[in-house]
Design a protein around this ligand. Sequence first.
Ligand code: RFL
Ligand code: PHB
Length: 386
Amino acid sequence: MRTQVAIIGGGPAGLLLSHLLHRQGIESVVLESRDRAYVEQRQRAGMLEQGTTDVLRDGGVGERLDREGLVHHGLELRFGGAGHRVALTELTGRTVTVYAQTEIVKDLVARRLEDGGDVRFEAKVVAIDAAAPSVTYEQGGKTYTLECDYIAGCDGFHGVSRPAVPDMRTFSREYPFAWLGVLADVPPSTDELIYAHHERGFALHSLRSPKVSRLYLQVAPDEDLAAWPDERIWSELAARFATDDGWELREGPITDRSITPMRSFVAEPMRHDRLFLAGDAAHIVPPTGAKGLNLAVSDVTLLAEALTERYASGSETLLDGYSASCLRRVWRAEHFSYWMTTLLHADPQADEFARRLQRSHLDYVVSSPAAAASLAENYVGLPLGR
Ligand code: RFL
Ligand code: PHB
């Protein structure tokens, strides 16, 4: 068995890469360890930068996104019992769009299969040869080897690609909290996202559709989901979102819940020989800045361009520059995500001095147009560095 590009992982990074390569006449095989239903239902990101929606639209997979995505022009920072709007579009000329990762994955899987693409589910990669190059995978109790010209490691944080890069340097930060995320069948209580800072902890009100809300609560890193029955989740959310003007949180049946630890992580370089890492396989950001999926999309956009140049002209210039181009953008997103996280969460280790500094920082961001503009330009996303 042979293909041009073997793609490990059928998350947003792997599926989009396969699609972008197909549009340039480059053949690939996507190997995904889970089944199709699982990858299509896994609840995760929801906020897309304009650069991300542009890539999907220009790639011809933006039809449902344009119909169902909710375009946003601002967000709210809420603390001290009051809300403060950050006017993203006024400050940057750009918008962001709420469209769930589950929907992007469904759109990409459907499109790949329609186009005759080769996406193999329940196919788990167990070995990588970055020099030969080839990947070995298990499917239905049998072991296969797929030979290729290049390997794309799009297999997320717990995948097998990153360990296949020798002489790698890694950089990381663990935070003393996690996010409890819920999906609820209730119309959102807000039109724009609310990022709330409260002494009880951070809370985020996001949405999925006019009928479905997505909410998050800061919890302890070792928190037990069983300790959070619905009533406790709703009363804690209401406490953290409470304002002095009587704003009310609508409640409804919770249909999905999970706890995600928060970490920052970067692996350098994102390449070894014929193996290229993309997305969560190479870097993780805490979700406060809404950057993870957007970074995955910008990585594979650059990788698709580099492979296109290689097959069109034989030149490896873009492939050679791939890791450095990605990492510039990755580190900007790392810093912004860290910054938003420390701005908004309640640090259990903070003393009174640190709490006063944090409150001053929040006041500054909502009262200085320069500070708000800095938040806004990072949130909507900086241009794709090539
Ligand atoms: P994924 O989505 O983890 O996909 C990797 C795929 O690889 C498969 N795999 C293997 N396949 C074959 N063989 C093996 N040995 C394999 N090992 C693993 C896995 O089954 C999986 O299907 O990585 P990818 O494609 O890089 O995509 C990254 C995004 O999923 C991630 O960055 C975002 O979800 C992060 N994120 C957010 N990003 C945003 O841009 N905006 C947001 O608003 C946002 N909110 C979030 C988030 C992530 C969250 N969680 C749960 C981590 C909110 C949350 C709560
Ligand atoms: C989401 O809608 O899931 C979401 C939005 C913004 C974030 C994180 C998650 O910062």
